[in-house]
Design a binder for this molecule. Sequence first.
Ligand code: ATP
Ligand code: MG
Length: 429
Amino acid sequence: MPDIKKPSQFDLDKSLSAQQLTLLGVVAEASGKRGMPLYLVGGFVRDLLLGSPATDFDLVVEGDAIALAQALAAQYGGRVTVHARFGTAQWFNPDFGHRALDFISTRLETYKHPGALPTVKPGRLADDLARRDFTINTLAVRIDGEYWGQLRDDLEGLKDLRGGLVRVLHPNSFLDDPTRLFRAVRYEQRYGFQIAPETLALIPPARPLIGSLSAERVRHELDLILEEEQAVAILTRLGELDLLQSVHAALEWNNPKRERFIRGLRLSQDGNSKPGLSSSGKSFLDWHFWLMDNPPTDINSIDQRLHFHAKLLESLLAASALFADVPTLAGMKKPSQAVTRLEGLPLTAVEAVFLSIPEGQARQNLHNYLEIWRHVKPKTNGHDLQKRGLLPGPRYRQILYRLRQAWLDGDVETESDELKLLEKLINLG
Ligand code: ATP
Ligand code: MG
């Protein structure tokens, strides 16, 4: 039986960058010489056909991926990392770009029970495509030797890509791997597609199985979603499909959250977010926009389900407390009061609340804290106090604190003002 159901030629040369072409050319030749069918697969092909090729290749070999990577290193140099257990290898050769190239052997996967990680065995390309999540991710382009550019479309991926449909490959797909529920919505909203009606009908019965997924797997999917440009649309759709509350009852999506999220995202992209503050990445900040109006008890409880990284949890709890405190913050007339409230909080927490609340006094205070107040320090330091004959002790901190307050609140405006105040404070004590 012929392997290829609908052979058609794909013009790779037109779609790839010169550097990608050189690299793939080398790999294609090496696999061709060894008679090893080699395919570009998955997201790379999907995005290539949609006209926005990604920079990362997914390559699968029908055969020994490790031997192929080693052969390339023998011929062209570079370094090979082997994962014998998974039958995968990485080839890194800086002459062909700064990225390592992954080689994966085509595999057959079976699921012991829903939510489990699959059991993996070597298989043919057809098996490898059949284990995938959606038809749009099953397209492959063969590149070895004379087969360069041959499109392989076993599962009607092209039709669904053209029709803008996200479709699972079989009715048990979501049961086998409930993370696909989140992936379906992510692709649907990212590309402005629709989940195919038959696939949509499979969602409600699969929902309860989300409970069988590990913390890491669900959190990973949610992180991927928050990294997306269309995060708001994805969360809205997940909310409509009741997929968020299946993760945790307190994981909600509603209009106030949506508005805050949109405002926060817009401002952080407008450059209001200073470099160094949200260095933690888009999803880190997005979690704050999403959860800051949940009370700390909710956040701790969601953390029981998702196991946030400690730094994120700490920052989310701080943002939640701060968000609840916004009315108080709005009433603070003196900068020193605001600084006392904000000092020591994770900066991302302060920044997230600043970015996502409406304009007003609280927002202004947060802005001033981030931009100005947190950098205000008195000229005097511990050394100076020592020189003045003060014995080191808690008084140092009190005095320096009072000096800083005076600068913050405008009671002191020059160095000589500060010295006068310093004299007064020393004489007082
Ligand atoms: P993205 O642009 O989001 O990276 P991608 O298609 O490259 O999209 P990856 O998560 O990098 O997605 O996965 C690569 C390929 O592996 C996918 O195209 C898909 O075919 C397959 N895959 C990934 N996750 C699953 C899953 N949970 N179930 C089945 N197949 C999956
Ligand atoms: Mg990818």
